[in-house]
Design a protein around this ligand. Structure first.
Ligand SMILES: C[S@@+](CC[C@H](N)C(=O)[O-])C[C@H]1O[C@@H](n2cnc3c(N)ncnc32)[C@H](O)[C@@H]1O
Length: 401
């Protein structure tokens, strides 16, 4: 790229970073990051860029080795540089091996090296001591990277048909099983399930909880029919209940029950991982393909990252099994999902699309696709709520009649 084009990008970058520093808003941060990325690309040479992109899995591998070596938990509390020998001692590892792994993390800016072979944590290194972020790394590394490795071959074999069948995805091809979907498979693999559930806890990343930006009082709580025994929120496919627990923290005293629904093995795992009683969250075993929703007349049936796991055909079954439980004029659906931009969709939504495609033949949807799916299944979209930034949107819907 010629120098005047690079200067133009640099000027825009400076302006957007300044704007972010003065407003501190989420959208200005994302715009500034996108622009910084453009600047990096403007300074990059194509062959170097390809080499760095293709080596991405080696960085994830180094992160996973560092996690296994307890490097992040030793580094996180440090206020002065930690010598290599101390980091290696945590697992009696060969210091040379540890140094090689750390070099990658330093080169990526995940760990600082203020003096040769002495290290300090960054905010990202500290975050890698937290269960949700460890879950993201562990599940993506252990279950998804082998799956990504096989997906191109699977798509070639299936003549590049868009995957629709959850019983015949790259997952079955990779792990050599059949007759069950990915979630049932996880239920038979306790370690993978624990990692996946950690991933679910962490996948909201730094984006705000929905109750921080959705007008909960006006759209949910201000209703005369709400009482202490009313199911206030039924979280369908709630996993570890993190979204319900987050809701309870924000609204500790509202009347009504918070109900967690998921598959039996998932609920067993959640009971070990989470103090649901403290958050006053009740559990209900439920299979959304094979049962009609057992909790009737809830104010909110909440789904997060559920319909994105399934093709339109499968998602229609989930909706069909929910509708008989909904009370017309009272019950609503609140879905937290990506609402894909028609153009230049944000990276996290696009890579999630690849992950659900490979794992369960799911897909992220544009607003048009959401419209078609919901209206064809007898629902009326009250409003699409699009947050500031690049996080999940909210689709608020009710029975069409
Ligand atoms: C992608 S995760 C989303 C979890 C959670 N809502 C979140 O956003 O963190 C999908 C969830 O659906 C659950 N699930 C999958 N198949 C199900 C079924 N047939 N019936 C009920 N839950 C199911 C999984 O166990 C998992 O917890």
């Amino acid at each position: 790229m010629d120098s005047s084009s690079v200067r133009d990008i640099l000027d825009k970058t400076r302006a957007l970073v300044e704007e972010h520093l003065s407003t501190g808003s989420l959208s200005s941060r994302i715009q500034a990051q996108d622009q910084v990325q453009k600047l990096v690309w403007a300074l990059e040479q194509p062959r170097d860029a390809i080499m760095k992109l293709a080596y991405g899995p080696a960085v994830t591998m180094a992160l996973k080795i560092a996690l296994d070596l307890n490097i992040f938990s030793v580094l996180a509390p440090a206020t002065s540089p930690v010598p290599l020998a101390e980091l290696a001692a945590a697992k009696q590892a060969d210091p040379l091996l540890v140094e090689r792994v750390l070099r990658v993390l330093v080169a990526k800016g995940i760990v600082n090296e203020p003096a040769p072979a002495e290290y300090l944590p960054t905010a990202v290194a500290k975050e890698l001591t937290q269960r949700p972020s460890i879950g993201v790394l562990e599940s993506l590394f252990c279950e998804f990277i082998p799956l990504f490795r096989q997906t191109p071959e699977f798509l070639k074999l299936t003549k590049y048909r868009n995957p629709e069948d959850p019983l015949a995805t790259a997952l079955q091809y990779t792990y050599n099983f059949n007759n069950m979907d990915g979630f049932t498979w996880l239920c038979g693999n306790p370690d993978a399930l624990r990692r996946f559930n950690g991933f679910m806890e962490g996948q909201r990343t730094d984006r705000p909880h929905w109750a921080d930006w959705f007008p909960v009082r006006e759209r949910v709580l201000d209703h005369p029919d709400l009482g202490p025994e009313t199911p206030l929120i039924v979280d369908i496919g709630a996993n570890r209940g993190h979204d319900l627990i987050g809701f309870r923290q924000r609204f500790p005293d509202v009347p009504g029950k918070l109900m967690l629904e998921d598959l039996p093995k998932v609920i067993d795992e959640v009971r070990d991982a989470q103090d649901l009683e403290a958050a006053k969250v009740e559990t209900q075993v439920f299979d959304f393909f094979n049962e009609i929703q057992p909790i009737h007349g809830a104010r909110v049936y909440y789904f997060k990252h559920i319909l994105h796991d399934w093709s339109d055909e499968k998602a229609s079954i989930i909706i069909k099994n929910l509708k008989p439980a909904m009370r017309p004029g009272f019950s609503k659906i609140i879905m937290e999902e990506y609402i894909l931009a028609d153009q230049n969709a944000a990276l996290l939504s696009c890579v999630t699309d690849m992950a659900v495609m490979a794992f369960c033949s799911g897909l992220e949807r544009t607003r048009r696709r959401w419209d078609t799916l919901l209206t064809e299944n007898g629902l009326r979209v009250i409003k699409y709520w699009v947050p500031e930034g690049d996080g999940l949107g909210i689709i608020e819907a009710e029975l069409a009649e």
